[in-house]
Each structure stands twice: as C-alpha cells, then as structure tokens.
Design a protein. Structure first.
Length: 430
C-alpha cells in the first residue's frame, strides 16, 4: 500500500505476484500479448520481444514532485495521488517488475521545488513526474534535471516550456496554454460576446505566458494587461487598473487561493457586472462557499481527460481514493505511466536511456497500452515489444519539443446557488 508522505523523504518499493489482482483488462492483455508461457521469446502471434526475461526482473525507479502544500496544495494532493496510481496497479499485479517510488512536496515554491527534486536526484532517481506549476518546473529544469541528465515529465502548461534548452530531457503530458488560450478566446467571443477584454494574471511565467497567448488568439481588442503578486492580501488596486477602460470581460489567471480573494474584492468594490473569464484556478466546486456573491457572470475553461483510457482511469481513481477525479489528475497519471513505460523499455535506471524511449513507447505502430493494461504494457516494453501508450488525458504523442500535440477542454460556469456547472467540450490541436 502507498502511504501518505509524512516525512521529507519517503521511499516505497512494491512487488506482488497475485494474478487475480491484475483485473480482467490486464489479464487479457497479458494472455494476448505476452503469451501463456511468458517466456520472453514472443507472443502467440509471433511478435518479437527482443530484450528477453532479463529485463522483466528489475526495479523501475521514479520520483514524484507535486505541490501538497502552499497555494496549489488543494489541487496538488489529488494530482499527487493520481501520479502514484500506476504504482498501485503494479503493486497488485502478477509481475516480477517492481517500482521504487519517492514523493516530494514542492510547497508551490520554486526554492522548495529545487530542494525536493535535488533530493530525488541525489537518491539516484532517473526520472521525475511533475510538478504541476510552470514556475517550479522551470526552476527544476534549470537547476536539477537537465544538469544531472534526469528526464522530467511535467504538468506545467506555459508556452515558455516549449522553448527551454533542455537537451530533450523535458516532456509534458499537459497541453501548452497556447491551446488553452485559443479555447478561452473562443469562449470570450462566442459565449461572453466580448469585443474588448482586459487581463489580470499572476505575476509569474504561467500568468505572463497565458496573457500573451490570449492576446494573440483573441479576435477582439485586449485593453489592459495587469499582473498581481500572489502574496497580496487585497487586489482592489489591480482590479481598478484592469477595469479602468471598461472592458466587456476580464480574463483572470490565478490559482484558486488567489482567485477567491480577487473575486471577493471584485464583488465587494465594483459593480460585479463585467463578465469574468476564468482560467483553471477559478474552477472549484467550493468557490461558491468562499465567495458570497452571484457568480453567474463567470465563464471559464479547464482541461479534461478525453483520452482512450479515461473511463477506466476514472473508475480506478474513484475506487482507490473514494472521490472524483479533479483537474490535472489525468495528466499526472499519464506522466508517471509514460516514464515507467520508457524505463521498462530502456532496461536500466539511467536518465538518458529513459529519455531516449519516451517517444518510442508512444509510437503509433505498437501494441496498444492504456490504463486498463498498463502492467501488461510494462511487461511488453521490458521484453522489447513495440508499444503505443494511449493516454488518459489525450493521445500521448510528443512533438520535437516534448509537447503533447492536442488537448481537450471543458467550459465551466456557476449557477445562482454558486454550484459549479460543466458545459461543452472544446478540442484544440496543432
């Protein structure tokens, strides 16, 4: 069992040999793809599995860095659980592969994130799943993973990540906010019917990138672009500046913690009639309990899971944690899963070797692998079978920058009681 992280470093190793625990999907995958005798020489259809049994009896090592405390703590804990879920599947399966997992808390602070990632590197982990935010991702890449040749699969969404000099050690299973900006620009025009928009964004790489990408995608006029410090206790002055030219809508890019205070100030100090366009941080089922106002003027966009394995993952997550999936849980699962598959294919716990297999395990011509047969997929990858990982969030196809090539989003709003309502799906691709 994976225990909650109660110390600065928690190390867990899993190995199980009970075929009944793998579940129907995994059992079929093992029988159909590896053959009944599982001797590493090929499956019943003659598929070559060139690495042989020597790679089936080894430990795959992966670290997870996610915000369990700080401004993103409320979002980060479910995301952390999703990142651990592939390991729970392996724990219960009949496989000689094992996983050494260590989880660290970024505290939603760049310096703490550097320390967390460095601890994983010092402990010998060749791959890191996470983190959630762009700011912490950039610090880890610059100071830890790239200098130490450790592969990283982040959930950070800012377009700036695509341009990082990373020697191909950085990948992400979240889509770039260039796609998100196109989706929110579409909502601004079609739903809010806005011809002018001002932006109020958190003053970091994530907020700045989203503001710039939105300005490029929006067909109307962007008036004022205002940044705010997340440590502020009041945002009245920033709101006053952003609303000074009377825009049709205000695009707010904030984490949930900041967003609650921004909305409290907005409804208390202004007329509250301007349309609010929200980023992912304003999508929260508890927002109505924390902001005493009519929230029906809020319309936003957030990512959703829409990949081939999403239904299986949803059931798996809800059965495991007794709660519904939340934003970025899909991408977190994919990040850990693809790192483990690449490690299995590489045959060693070496960052450069794992990196070189990241695109290979998602190649379009292999045996299909998803959440429902992940353990069978690991066995296949370790045996040398070409596989195609089909993700939970979306199809995991990495471009030359390590970015996902398409993404799916959902609109959200709030009714008169403050209850969160999900709307239509928006698909965006390159």
């Amino acid at each position: 069992m994976i225990c909650e992280n109660t110390a600065p470093m928690v190390q867990q190793v899993y190995r199980r040999h009970f075929i009944s625990a793998i579940g129907a999907g995994g059992a079929v995958g093992l029988a159909g793809c590896l053959g009944d005798d599982n001797d590493g020489s090929g499956d019943e259809n003659g598929t070559e599995t060139g690495n042989g049994d020597e790679n089936l009896d080894r430990t795959l090592r992966v670290g997870v860095v996610q915000p369990q405390t700080g401004a993103l703590g409320a979002v980060g804990q479910p995301v952390t659980d999703a990142a651990r879920l592939p390991v729970r599947q392996i724990e219960r399966a009949d496989t000689s592969l094992s996983v050494d997992l260590q989880t660290e808390d970024t505290q939603t602070e760049p310096q703490a994130a550097i320390s967390a990632a460095q601890g994983l590197v010092d402990a010998g982990y060749p791959a890191i799943s996470g983190p959630l935010s762009t700011a912490t991702t950039l610090q880890i890449v610059e100071n830890v993973t790239v200098p130490n040749e450790v592969v990283q699969c982040t959930l950070g969404t800012a377009p700036v990540i695509s341009a990082v000099e990373d020697n191909d050690f950085l990948f992400r299973t979240s889509t770039s906010d260039e796609f998100m900006s196109r989706a929110i620009a579409q909502v601004a025009t079609e739903k809010a019917q806005a011809e002018t928009v001002s932006t109020l964004t958190i003053n970091d790489a994530y907020g700045q990138s989203l503001a710039e990408a939105f300005a490029e995608a929006f067909e109307g006029e962007v008036l004022d672009q205002v940044a705010f410090d997340p440590e502020e206790t009041s945002y009245t002055s920033q709101l006053s500046e952003a609303l000074s030219d009377d825009p049709d809508a205000l695009y707010v890019v904030a984490f949930t913690e900041n967003g609650i205070q921004i909305l409290r100030d907005f409804y208390a100090d202004f007329d509250g009639e301007t349309q609010i366009l929200g980023s992912a941080g304003l999508r929260n089922p508890e927002l109505g309990d924390n902001v005493d106002a009519d929230l029906t003027n809020i319309t936003g966009v957030d990512t959703i899971g829409a990949g081939p394995s999403v239904d299986y993952f949803t059931d798996l997550y809800e059965d495991e944690y007794d709660r519904e999936t939340t934003q970025f849980t899909w991408q977190a699962y994919d990040a850990t899963a693809v790192l483990l598959l690449a490690n299995a294919a590489a045959g060693e716990n070496d960052g450069a070797s794992v990196r070189d297999q990241m695109r290979e395990v998602a190649s379009p011509n292999g045996e299909s692998v998803g959440a429902e047969n992940l353990v069978a997929g690991l066995e296949m990858a370790a045996s040398g079978t070409e596989i195609t990982y089909q993700g939970v969030a979306t199809d995991v196809v990495f471009d030359e920058n390590g970015d996902i090539e398409s993404g799916s989003y959902v609109t959200y709003s709030y009714d008169e009681s403050g209850a969160l309502q999900l709307g239509e799906r928006i698909d965006i691709g390159e």
